[in-house]
Design a protein. Structure first.
Length: 486
């Protein structure tokens, strides 16, 4: 008897060899797991000892300071901490086209930084590692090097049941601004390049953080709970988006981003703690903007402000929406490795016409797009993958025939340019003669793309959104959004 060309006794010996090998591997894995557990326990002990030592050092330093002060020894008096004035006014949320005056056709210079002012308190941490390891939950951290902001947002956190457009109701946690109301996704934040941006965050039901995904400020202001502090009271995040320079791929931050909480991140983001962040470009004299239009980046294409839209595919695993703030953080298994969504939503709509957030959820039911070659500038669609599944988009006729009508102009805040001649002016791909036009787009969690829509004629098209399984690519859900071209 033979099986796959082997006779029976050889095959039986082979099976025994494989079973033995499997048993040895399993045994080795068990031993390795035990060693890992022991090492983790030892590391935890070391961390606790380090934290206790750091706390003692801080207490000793504070006691010494008090003694010095009591003895009247002159100590350098700390500068008073500037208090930010909340600007809960339209200037904080409206996004005017800001024409930044430029003295010449030279590349846009960064604004002259104001003199550095220390935060008004002694440095308590010996190194970045010390800082990262030993201040996990601070109630009211101090903003170091505090500057006067050009734009200030005031954010807090809410929890409420929200009903979606299929009638499903979920407990959601998200951000609200001074003027936004309590809806989902969080309010649009929209600074311009070069502005000093402040977000004064007071998260109720904390601790939480705000991470500025893709902006890369310094660690204190990056809002990653694991490498800096978590906020229980109030903290003012501070950063400045870098101004772009025409033809230079190495400068500029204009584009589509998002912000999200970075505490127990997997859960908190799914619960709704995210919102869109758009950085608008500075206006360069060589690249003025037409009335009613903006540029995607400093020398990028102009688009129509009125029809500019956001599409943020999102999905819900209802089981996750019954979990508590710190579920899974103490080593218990609450199943955050299993994301099994059953509800799928194309969040978003026209940015200039978002309904009152108290109308709860903001879901794209249709999309207006300006016909290619018409008088109006093209429509810009900003896409942001706000869930954990890969997304596939397709533009089609009503009968399903695909239509090349989306020009991809930038990705994750970076312009697509022709950089084939290093050191020379790098035009956009369209200006270099090869616009990146497509009928489809595939993108993963947290990715952003900026698409200029160029429907070939007036009429109705479809934008199909597919949520796919991240391993098998099986289509889990589909939504078709009418695209009305005029
Ligand atoms: Cu959070």
């Amino acid at each position: 008897m033979s099986f796959l060309g082997l006779n029976h006794s050889v095959w039986a010996a082979e099976i025994k060899r494989r079973i033995d090998a499997q048993r040895r591997r399993r045994q080795a894995a068990l031993v390795a797991a035990q060693r890992r557990r022991e090492a983790a326990a030892a590391a935890k002990k070391r961390r606790e000892a380090t934290a206790a030592a750091a706390k003692k050092r801080r207490e000793a330093a504070a006691a010494a300071r008090r003694r010095r002060e009591a003895a009247g020894t002159p100590t350098p008096s700390p500068a008073p901490t500037p208090t930010p004035t909340p600007v809960a006014s339209p200037t904080a949320t409206a996004a005017p086209v800001v024409a930044v005056p430029m003295p010449s056709a030279e590349p846009a210079p960064s604004p002259t930084p104001a003199p550095i002012v220390e935060g008004g308190h002694p440095h308590e941490f010996e190194s970045q590692v010390d800082f990262s390891s030993n201040q996990l939950d601070l109630q009211n951290p101090v903003t170091e090097f505090f500057q006067t902001p050009d734009r200030l947002e005031v954010l807090s956190v809410f929890k409420r049941d929200l009903s979606f457009d299929d009638g499903a109701v979920f407990e959601m946690w998200s951000f609200e601004s001074a003027t936004s109301g309590r809806g989902f996704p969080g309010p649009l934040l929209r600074p311009t390049e070069g502005e000093i941006f402040h977000a004064q965050v007071t998260p109720s039901m904390g601790p939480h953080t705000v991470h500025w995904h893709g902006m890369e400020p310094d660690p204190r202001n990056d809002g990653v709970g694991h490498t800096s502090f978590e906020i229980g009271g109030t903290y003012t995040y501070q950063w400045q988006a870098e101004p772009g320079r025409p033809g230079d791929p190495n400068y500029g931050a204009a584009g589509t981003y998002f912000y999200h909480c970075h505490v127990n991140t997997t859960l908190h983001v799914q619960m709704g703690m995210l919102g869109p962040l758009v950085i608008d470009p500075v206006v360069h004299p060589d690249y003025p903007v037409s009335p009613g239009a903006r540029r995607v980046f400093v020398d990028g294409p102009e688009y129509d402000i009125d029809t500019e839209a956001l599409l943020m595919p999102y999905s819900v695993d209802p089981r996750w929406h019954t979990l508590s703030h710190a579920a899974g953080l103490s080593g218990e298994d609450v199943g955050l490795n299993r994301f099994e969504p059953t509800h799928f939503y194309p969040m978003g709509g026209e940015l200039a016409h978002r309904p009152d957030a108290e109308k709860k959820v903001w879901i794209m039911s249709s999309l207006r797009a300006n016909v290619a070659g018409g008088e109006r500038k093209p429509t810009l669609l900003r896409v942001l993958n706000g869930n954990y599944l890969p997304i596939y988009l397709e533009f089609t006729e009503e009968d399903g025939t695909t239509v090349d009508m989306a020009e991809v102009v930038s990705h994750d805040g970076r312009a697509f340019r022709d950089t084939s001649v290093p050191g020379q002016f790098s035009p956009t791909c369209a200006d270099a003669g090869y616009p990146l036009t497509t009928d489809c787009l595939a993108f993963g969690a947290a990715e952003r793309y900026d698409l200029l829509l160029r429907p070939p004629r007036a009429g109705k098209f479809l934008l199909r959104v597919e949520w796919r399984d991240w391993i098998t690519s099986e289509i889990l859900s589909t939504r078709s959004i009418p695209v009305i071209a005029s």
